[in-house]
Design a protein around this ligand. Structure first.
Ligand SMILES: Nc1nc2c(ncn2[C@@H]2O[C@H](COP(=O)(O)OP(=O)(O)O)[C@@H](O)[C@H]2O)c(=O)[nH]1
Ligand SMILES: [Mg+2]
Length: 256
């Protein structure tokens, strides 16, 4: 079935009195219609701070575009989408929009330069000419859940329902934490669209990351009462280093 036909059938569905009476279904179908209309696929990257969410995005597009750090960094939502030229638009809560240089991103999206979002940024939209982003793919970087900054967790929650796919990033070391588990419990209804990544496997011995992987799987399965769980181990660092140095062996080993 082609997209036009799906859209037509969706219109018929939305028009049914049964759907109209059911507020939630009506909202969901309209959301799907809007997404199809925009030809958008939103991928939201989630996880505790420092797990390497931003590094993973950088490794996908093969450029250290977004700032990463050893301290909680991203404090607002950053949306990455395709554009022929790189540019960044800062959208403020009061409706103002300001076009900035990519190099000035940190002034708006880092906890250090924009503590507790004092600058009242709603989100930052970055356009970048990466093939990964073509055909309506949007990657959404969120602040870390369970960080010392509560407002960061709120921002992450907000995006889960509307995204098409979620990538939840944990690490080989340390393995899964209580904060991550409690976040996962709170988004249990959306688990079907979550892909699990175990990042930073370069930091531990192969045997140790295998153990960490099994441990993390077991704990998540127990906590969320699910039977099956797949977690993809990788290293964003090895991937981006491999891409930047054109080292295909390392890049393939670390990519997914
Ligand atoms: N060794 C190693 N370090 C990584 C990897 N991914 C990220 N890091 C480092 O972990 C820290 C946090 O990364 P960042 O992407 O800012 O994490 P975020 O807070 O989840 O977005 C940074 O110092 C990164 O350089 C990885 O695969 N291997
Ligand atoms: Mg980050």
């Amino acid at each position: 079935m082609n997209l036009k036909k799906i859209e037509k059938n969706l219109d018929i569905l939305i028009d049914l009195p049964l759907i109209k009476e059911h507020k939630n279904l009506f909202y969901q179908f309209n959301l799907i219609k809007e997404k199809l209309g925009n030809r958008e696929l939103q991928i939201v990257v989630l996880g505790q701070f420092k797990r390497g969410k931003t590094s993973l995005i950088n490794s996908l597009i093969g450029k250290k575009l977004l700032p990463t750090s050893v301290v909680p960094l991203t404090s607002v939502i950053t949306i990455l989408k395709y554009g022929q030229k790189s540019k960044a638009l800062v959208k403020f809560l009061d409706g103002r929009n300001v076009l900035i240089e990519i190099k000035d991103l940190e002034n708006y999206i880092t906890e250090e330069k924009n503590p507790k979002n004092i600058k009242k940024v709603d989100k930052v939209i970055i356009e970048y000419p990466s093939l990964y982003l073509k055909d309506g793919v949007q990657i959404i970087d969120t602040p870390g859940v369970g960080s010392v900054y509560e407002h960061n967790t709120d921002v992450a929650y907000q995006f889960v329902p509307q995204a098409d796919v979620g990538i939840f990033v944990v690490t080989a070391d340390p393995p899964i934490s209580e904060a991550e588990l409690s976040f996962l419990s709170s988004i249990k209804n959306h688990l079907g669209k979550i892909i699990f990544i175990q990042n930073k496997i370069d930091q531990v011995e192969k045997k140790d990351w295998g153990e960490s992987l099994e441990f993390t799987k077991k704990i998540i399965k127990e906590k969320l009462k699910i039977k099956k769980l797949k977690i993809y181990p990788l290293s964003s660092k090895t991937a981006i280093d491999g891409k930047l140095n054109n080292d295909k062996k390392n890049y393939k080993k670390a990519d997914f």
